[in-house]
Write a protein that binds this ligand. Structure first.
Ligand code: BMP
Length: 259
């Protein structure tokens, strides 16, 4: 079972280059924490990453919420990614027909395919969306496909989840993982379970988000990379809080692989 294999071992089993890199970064830095930098000012984002980048394996962005987005922001982000050894995930959640998605991915203000190591994407429109993302870039890229969501009342059914996992099978070189909540959602150990909805302080927000603890997410639900946003971003001292999450999540992982 993938749950009990080390990240090093799983890197060897990955068919996607970004998944392989991410597993190796986690093993090297001893962190399975992904920080979701959901802030609207580019300087604030870069300042935060400067402080916590050492403690994370992945930085997740929503670039369409940044009020002063520029190509300078992208270069600074890439510079930090190199310096502090993390990958970049643009959480764009593409959800349109393939043709439109290929334009959204490679053109426009954000030019996501230029700088993001990986992106998120819904399976809702069908396979064309994966074909579009697959053909769009010459460099190593990964896609995290949304198989489940953390929010209450979401319309994803078990059948939808299973068919999403099936859709991914044909795209072994493109898919780096699933955004999902459960250990039984998929089996392939070369693929990453990215699980959002993690917080120590609260169990939900007032817009439907549902939170679980590190123990629950890693030990019971099979999360490999855990996404924390407000738990760190909204803290008085983000660096201290990032270390707290990193240590708690890593402890759960080492406990998990030791049986
Ligand atoms: P927070 O920890 O502040 O609730 O942030 C969670 C982040 O993960 C948000 O950026 C959200 O867009 C994302 N996310 C989620 O919360 N649930 C999902 O099912 C999928 C997500 O990408």
């Amino acid at each position: 079972e993938r749950m009990f294999l080390s990240y090093e071992k799983r890197a060897e089993l990955s068919t996607n280059a970004i998944a392989k890199q991410l597993f190796n970064i986690m093993a090297a830095k001893k962190t399975n924490l992904c920080l979701s930098v959901d802030l609207t000012s580019s300087t604030k984002i870069l300042d935060l990453i400067e402080k916590v980048g050492n403690h994370v394996c992945l930085i997740k962005t929503h670039v369409d919420i940044i009020e002063d987005f520029s190509s300078g922001f992208v270069s600074s982000l890439q510079h930090l990614a190199k310096k502090l050894n993390f990958l970049i995930l643009e959480d764009r959640k593409y959800a349109d027909i393939g043709h439109t998605v290929s334009l959204q991915y490679t053109r426009g203000l954000y030019n996501v395919s230029d700088w993001a190591d990986c992106v998120t994407c819904h399976s809702l429109p069908g396979e064309g969306i994966l074909k579009a993302l697959n053909g769009a870039s010459n460099t190593d890229k990964g896609v995290f496909l949304l198989a489940e969501m953390s929010s209450e009342g979401n319309l994803i059914t078990q059948q939808y989840t299973q068919e999403t996992v099936k859709m991914a099978e044909k795209y072994a070189e493109l898919i780096c993982g699933f955004v999902c909540q459960n250990k039984d959602t998929f089996k392939n150990p070369g693929i990453i379970q990215l699980t959002p909805g993690v917080q120590l302080e609260s169990s939900k927000d007032n817009l439907g988000q549902v939170y679980n603890t590190p123990e629950k997410v890693v030990l019971e639900n099979g999360g490999d990379v855990m996404v924390v946003g407000r738990g760190i971003v909204a803290a008085k001292n983000s660096e201290i809080q990032a270390v707290l999450y990193k240590d708690a999540l890593w402890k759960c992982y080492t406990k998990r692989i030791s049986g």
